[in-house]
Design a protein. Structure first.
Length: 563
């Protein structure tokens, strides 16, 4: 019995050993496994794509992959979306493009696979952007020059052009108050706007404006815009008595000497008209040589710049009577008489050289030649009088091609002459006179509109006189009237503004054609101050501003606005 029990115990132990040996089978395959760390099932990115979170907690979107499979992969659907996955060793990183839109983009799904393991997915979303609006360059203030051609931030000159960036569907720009001196215009492509300013001719600054850029519910962007007051320099030029017999050309700026020529016993320069550019005075006139010849010339300050005609024998004559400067080019007109042939001429930059040009005008010769020049944009305007039995007031016009055409301002058979020309908008204004009796004249203002129609008016009424100069400032027209006063038996001058006499602006006439200049509503003109020696006074609104002694003739006056 005892042996039988021992036998059973041995059998049982053997079976247990067999069973234990079977549970350690080396060929058995483990179940496929795949996991991520951190174990996030949903990730949300900020609108700018720079930060991410999961379950309300900030998250660095780099995930470590753990798997018992031989390889793994990660894919983002839909393909090519705003969300990207980049593998690196046993990990991958999610990135997101910036979302400028107010709405969230389509959600993306990140799927990680590894052999037969159960795929792991992450739902990825992104916030919509806040309403945004910005301009470039970013400025809070802007200042225009008085001329309106330059803009500044502090002392730095800038272009008043701005790019608008917004995530809204539309934007707008407005100036307050409306209809002010400043305007805003959107660019053609709608990506920005440009600011422009009217010219401020006043010696005080205009009221400031506010430029406001808006776009839906975005915070508006504003620019405070101001404009500088106008500052003027008053230039005067003429002849002064030198130590010898000859006079010399002299110039003044704001009453202070600017230049004085050097006496030359062989020649003397006599000016007709001046133009100022970049602080330099350019004068048209003629040189009187001691051999009996005359040459048209242009002086820059007190030095000869261009000899326009070249006299050969006694009696050869020439003179430049009008002048203007445009974009650094110097334009003059006058006449040349040589070898028995007379011709009116127009010169650019002295008439020779690569930038020079000489034009013989038609008709061949004007009575008294040209009396004034105005340049408006790319239009050249000359006034004079065609010769014949009676002089006939004429306007010569040309575009940039310098192909001049003549516009007769008055009918033939009546003596009319011009002295000055100016431009107001599209209207050309010419000042002069009409002979009404053999010894009497009537001051006349002609107007030529854009279509070439000519009208004539007599703002001074029936007074015996003539308009000798004209100035335009904005919409205001200033006329300098020279007339004979039967009470004093003197020739006098007075100023008319828009046809009405300006109080305090009546003075004795100069020996030469008087000139007028207007600067910010202030009226400047020249009058004789005294004799023996001659002195000339420059008046400002009827009060002497400067006196020039030892002056033989002060014939030129110009007001120039500083930038």
């Amino acid at each position: 019995m005892m042996k039988k029990r021992i036998y059973l115990l041995l059998v049982t132990a053997a079976l247990a050993a067999v069973i234990a040996g079977c549970s350690k089978d080396p060929d058995k395959v483990p179940a496929p496994a795949l996991s991520l760390s951190p174990a996030a099932t949903a990730v949300v990115f900020s609108a700018d794509g720079k930060t991410a979170a999961s379950g309300g907690t900030a998250l660095t979107p780099t995930f470590t992959v753990t798997t018992n499979q031989t390889a793994w992969d990660v894919q983002v659907t839909p393909a090519g979306s705003w969300c990207k996955a980049a593998k690196s060793g046993s990990a991958f990183t999610l990135t997101a493009e910036a979302n400028p839109a107010l709405t969230a983009p389509e959600p993306a799904t990140v799927t990680v696979t590894a052999g037969n393991a159960q795929p792991v997915t992450i739902s990825v979303t992104q916030f919509g952007a806040d309403a945004a609006l910005a301009i470039s360059p970013e400025v809070e203030t802007l200042e225009f020059s008085a001329s309106g051609t330059k803009a500044f931030i502090g002392t730095q000159e800038v272009a008043p052009a701005f790019t608008v960036t917004t995530n809204l569907s539309s934007w707008d720009v407005n100036v307050t108050p409306a209809d002010s001196w400043c305007r805003a215009a959107k660019t053609e492509d709608g990506t920005g706007f440009t600011l422009t300013a009217d010219i401020n001719r006043k010696t005080s600054a205009p009221g400031p404006v506010v430029v406001t850029v808006t776009a839906g519910e975005a915070d508006p962007v504003t620019i405070a815009v101001t404009q500088r007051e106008a500052v003027y320099d008053i230039y005067v030029a003429g002849m002064t008595q030198a130590t010898g017999d000859n006079a010399v050309l002299s110039g003044w700026k704001n009453g202070q000497p600017l230049f004085t020529g050097t006496e030359n016993p062989d020649k003397a320069f006599f000016p007709y008209q001046m133009a100022v550019s970049n602080g330099k005075v350019y004068t048209a006139g003629y040189i009187n040589f001691n051999n009996g010849t005359y040459a048209a010339a242009v002086y820059e300050n007190d030095r000869e710049k261009y000899r326009l005609t070249n006299p050969v024998v006694s009696g050869d004559d020439g003179g430049a009577t009008v002048i203007g400067v445009l974009n650094g080019d110097i334009y003059t007109a006058g006449w040349e008489a040589k070898g028995g042939s007379d011709a009116d001429k127009f010169w650019k930059n002295g008439g020779s050289g690569p930038d020079g040009l000489t034009i013989s005008m038609s008709p061949p010769r004007l009575w008294a030649s040209f009396t004034d020049m105005a340049i408006s944009g790319d239009r050249f305007l000359l006034c004079g009088a065609q010769s014949g039995n009676n002089s006939r007031a004429t306007l010569f016009t040309s575009g940039p091609d310098l192909n001049f055409s003549a516009v007769s301002l008055a009918e033939a058979g009546v003596s009319t002459e011009t002295y000055a020309v100016a431009v107001r908008g599209d209207e050309v204004l010419i000042a002069g006179y009409r002979r009404v009796e053999s010894t009497k004249s009537r001051a006349v203002l002609w107007s030529v509109n854009a279509a070439g129609a000519v009208t004539e008016s007599e703002p001074a009424g029936s007074v015996d006189g003539w308009f000798v100069d004209i100035a335009v400032e904005g919409e205001d027209v200033y006329l300098l009237l020279e007339y004979f006063d039967p009470n004093t038996r003197y020739f006098m001058t007075k100023v008319l503004r828009n046809g009405a006499e300006v109080e305090g602006c009546t003075m004795p006439a100069t020996r030469e054609k008087p000139r007028i200049a207007v600067a910010g509503g202030d009226i400047y003109w020249v009058a004789i101050g005294g004799n023996d020696p001659y002195t000339y006074d420059v008046y400002k609104n009827g009060t002497v501003a400067w006196r020039f002694g030892n002056a033989l003739e002060i014939v030129m006056l110009e007001a120039v606005m500083r930038e």
